[in-house]
Design a protein around this ligand. Structure first.
Ligand code: TXA
Ligand code: MG
Length: 323
């Protein structure tokens, strides 16, 4: 249902333990009452998400956080103050009110306030914190439109709120700022440059960077069903009868491809991020047997785009047994 008209009904579904997919400024989330362990368990089921991958808790307002988790370490409070509502997820201690299933047993919790009016209205109307991963099956492309959610999760969701295409198009940046030095755990829609301008030097955890140490060691994630390779440019496609798709950063020659998606005709990384997952969804539906993707300039949100492309290209390697 349209996000503007469905808030009250969707909030009632959340309070009753149901699942509501809703738009945020980054990607669509699959929400459940974060105080309700059974509701949270339904998220893992619907996504076929492994239990070791914790969820992000969403709040309507930054002012709601101290009531849930108590006093914040000053650097965490400073980041919340500076960037919320917005595409930044912060790590805090897990409060007793949040059942361990939400955090996969960790004693920390990821939390953010989305910069999307309908999402905040939904959370406020539900009157509870909302646990929400991206509303896709585990490991697959994140949804940036309501249609992506319906296509990927279908009947597993009770309500899908449709707010149109999401503004950023890529997930939030995750930062652990509890220690002396902020650490970026996942590159995302808030550019590292903006973080540095606000709080000084940050560390980007290896494996979150656009240049992974060893692509084969990355968990495959954010992946289309069609095999994807990252290549330096369109080049001429070999005339071998194979139907290939090309994901181009900007307008340019791309002869011989069965399908081409251009992320930003003018070469703007922010526009490219907003279109990334939609373009990959379309290439995935184009009946090609391989997708070649061109990396984008490795600055600003471009780093997060390259991170997602490299993960989409990586082969699945199982997590260590300790997780
Ligand atoms: O933009 C976003 O962040 C979207 C929208 C819906 O808010 N959500 C999202 O959720 O991307 P998900 O579940 O697809 O990704 C959450 C990430 C996972 O990589 C998870 O491992 C990490 O957050 N995470 C959650 N809790 C954590 C914690 N306590 N410590 C470290 N990482 C955590
Ligand atoms: Mg996800």
């Amino acid at each position: 249902m349209p996000a503007a008209h469905g808030i009250a009904e969707a909030a009632a579904v959340l309070r009753a333990g149901g699942l509501v997919a809703f738009p945020t400024e980054t990607v669509y989330g699959l929400g459940a009452n974060a105080l309700d362990a059974r509701a949270a368990a339904r998220i893992f089921e619907a996504k076929a998400r492994p239990g070791f991958d914790p969820l992000i808790t969403h709040l309507a307002d930054a002012a709601d956080l101290p009531a849930l988790v108590g006093a914040l370490p000053p650097p965490v409070a400073a980041l919340a103050e500076r960037f919320w509502p917005g595409p930044l997820t912060l790590i805090v201690d897990r409060p007793a009110a949040i059942p361990p299933i939400v955090t996969s047993g960790l004693d920390t919790m990821a939390v953010r306030v989305p910069d999307e009016a309908s999402a905040r209205a939904l959370i406020r109307a539900a009157g509870v914190p909302v646990a929400a991963p991206s509303a896709n099956r585990f490991g697959q492309l994140s949804p940036t439109r309501a249609e992506h959610v319906v296509h990927g999760l279908g009947a597993a969701v009770d309500v899908v709120l449709d707010g149109g295409p999401t503004r950023c198009g890529i997930e939030s940046t995750i930062v652990d700022a509890r220690g002396p030095h902020p650490v970026v755990l996942r590159l995302g829609a808030l550019a590292v440059e903006e973080l540095v301008a606000a709080v000084g030097p940050v560390t980007v955890r290896p494996g979150s960077s656009g240049q992974p140490v060893a692509p084969g060691t990355l968990a495959a994630h954010y992946a289309p069903r069609t095999p994807l390779r990252v290549v330096a440019g369109a080049g001429p496609t070999p005339d071998d009868g194979v139907r290939r798709g090309f994901l181009a950063f900007r307008e340019g020659p791309a002869a011989g491809y069965a399908a081409v998606e251009v992320l930003s005709p003018t070469g703007d990384v922010t526009e490219a991020a907003a279109r990334l997952f939609d373009a990959l969804h379309r290439l995935d539906a184009a009946g090609v047997s391989e997708i070649l993707a061109e990396p984008v300039p490795d600055r600003g949100i471009g780093r997060a785009i390259n991170d997602r492309l490299n993960r989409a290209a990586a082969t699945w390697s199982p997590p260590p047994p300790s997780l």
